[in-house]
Design a protein around this ligand. Sequence first.
Ligand code: IPE
Ligand code: IPE
Ligand code: MG
Length: 249
Amino acid sequence: MNSKQSTVSKFGLDPGKMPRHVAIIMDGNGRWAQQKLMNRIKGHEHGVQTVREITRACRELEIPFLTLYAFSTENWQRPAHEVTALMNLLVRFLKSETGELVAKGIRLNAIGQLNRLPDKVRQTLDEAIRQTAHNKGLTLTLALSYGGRSELVQMARLLADKACRGEIDPRGIDEAVVADHLYTAGLPDPDILIRTSGEMRISNFLLWQIAYTELFVTPTFWPDFNRQELISILQSFQKRERRFGRVET
Ligand code: IPE
Ligand code: IPE
Ligand code: MG
C-alpha cells in the first residue's frame, strides 16, 4: 500500500473512488454567530479556521482540487462594514497561510471578477499565488467576487471577440472550447459540491461546471463543519452510482 492508500483507507475510504475535485459553498457564518449572540463578523472569523482544517484534510487525503466559494458577485451588496471585514480577513488569511501553503505543496488559485477586489487584497492574493505557483500537491481555488453568470458572460465576450478577429470559427465552438474560456480553464469539473447551513440552492456558483456533480447539503453551519463531516460525505459519495445519463451495463 502506498501512503495515499493507507491514509485514505484509515478513514474507511476506497482509494480507487476518491473525488478529484471537491467544491464547497461555505455558508452559515452569520447564522452561526447570531445563534451565539455574536456579531456576524465573528462567524466569518471562525469560518477561517474551518477553511484551514478542510484544506489540510484535503491535502492529507491527496484530493487534487479543492474550490471554496468565499465571496459572490452578489455579496458586494452586503453592508459596507461586512464587505470591508471580509476583505480584511482575506488579507490576514493570505498573509498567515502562505507559509503553510508553500510548505505543504498547495497551489493557490483564484477565480472571479478579481479586478473588483480592493488593491490590497489583489496584491496579497497575487503574491500568494506567485509564491505557490510551482506546487503540485493540491490546487486550492478561492472563488472571490465570483458569479457563475458573469463567468458565462465573459466567456461569451472572449469567444465573440476571437470570432470577430477571425481567430476562431464559430462552428468550431464546442463544449471543450467553452470550458477553456471559463475562469476554471484547466480545472476538472467538481465531483462533489457541498453546501453547508442547509440552503438547497446554488447561489450562482459554478453553473456550467456542476452539470454532473454530486450534491451534498448539510445543515451544519460552516464554522462547525469539520474533517469528520467531510470524511462522512466522502463515504456517502463512494456509495453513489454516477450514471452520467447512461444505464448500467
Ligand atoms: C457565508 O456565510 C460567507 C459568505 C457569504 C461571505 P454567510 O455570511 O452567508 O452566513 P449566513 O448565510 O448569513 O448565515
Ligand atoms: C453563497 O452564500 C456565497 C458564498 C458562500 C460565498 P450566500 O449566503 O451569499 O447565498 P444566499 O444569499 O443564501 O443565496
Ligand atoms: Mg449565507
